[in-house]
Design a binder for this molecule. Structure first.
Ligand SMILES: *[C@@H]1O[C@H](CO)[C@@H](O)[C@H](O)[C@H]1NC(C)=O
Ligand SMILES: *[C@@H]1O[C@H](CO)[C@@H](O)[C@H](O)[C@H]1NC(C)=O
Length: 195
């Protein structure tokens, strides 16, 4: 797999399994990552969610998958081994006086990090392979992942906790976005998993 495809796959898996936004993925502090065979635990510093207006750290645990080709834990290890081999330490993109060990890197200069926009492009380059009805908008990976999780039997509580949604109401509003095309999306995602 090329470095580009590995990066694309890794960003997409983080978004769809962790229900993470591109900006969340950018703001992972990789010096705080913990990994074992069952899951990888990321700390996101200064995400969009705030507590009483103050920045927080959110912890996102992403579990392994039995198929190694789709496994986020295996993909993280591969990404670290091939691309994020050296630390990339730089100022936080928003918070003053905070430095991050950035995870997602420039394809050419692997010691340089990339921003949320580039991460979003990586994710969308896979999402755009979905064959949607003409009227359908490309769903966000975060919406698609969470919709699929509830559809396949995950509890609301688990899904809301994983996505850091403030309430079921907020999640429902989000979830409704993709309800219209849900059947088709599921079918296409399952098909792509099978190949
Ligand atoms: C990083 O932030 C510090 C202040 O916290 C500032 O003095 C420094 O110039 C910044 N470095 C870069 C490369 O922007
Ligand atoms: C699924 O997509 C097909 C076209 O690709 C469309 O005709 C059909 O109405 C869609 N079904 C749903 C439930 O959106």
């Amino acid at each position: 797999m090329s470095k580009q495809n590995l990066t694309i796959k890794f960003c997409w898996l983080l978004a769809i399994c962790g229900f993470l936004r591109p900006s969340d993925i950018e703001q992972i502090d990789d010096s705080k990552t913990e990994i074992n065979k069952d899951y990888v635990e990321f700390v996101i510093v200064g995400p969009k969610e705030k507590r009483s207006g103050n920045p927080i750290e959110k912890v996102s645990i992403i579990h392994a998958h039995s198929d190694y080709k789709l496994c986020p834990v295996v993909t993280y290890r591969a990404y670290k081994k091939r691309i994020a081999t050296l630390p990339s330490v730089a100022n936080h993109s928003i918070l003053d006086g905070v430095q991050l060990h950035y995870l997602i890197r420039n394809l050419k200069y692997n010691d340089k990090h990339v921003g949320a926009q580039r991460i979003s492009k990586h994710i969308n380059s896979l999402m755009s392979l979905l064959q949607l009805p003409e009227s359908a908008k490309l769903p966000k990976a975060r919406a698609l992942g969470s919709t699929r999780a509830t559809k396949l039997g995950a509890t609301y509580d688990d899904v809301i906790a994983q996505g850091f949604w403030a309430s079921k109401g907020i999640f429902d509003t989000y979830y409704q976005l993709s309800r219209r095309t849900r059947e088709n999306l599921t079918q296409f995602i399952l098909n792509s998993e099978a190949t």
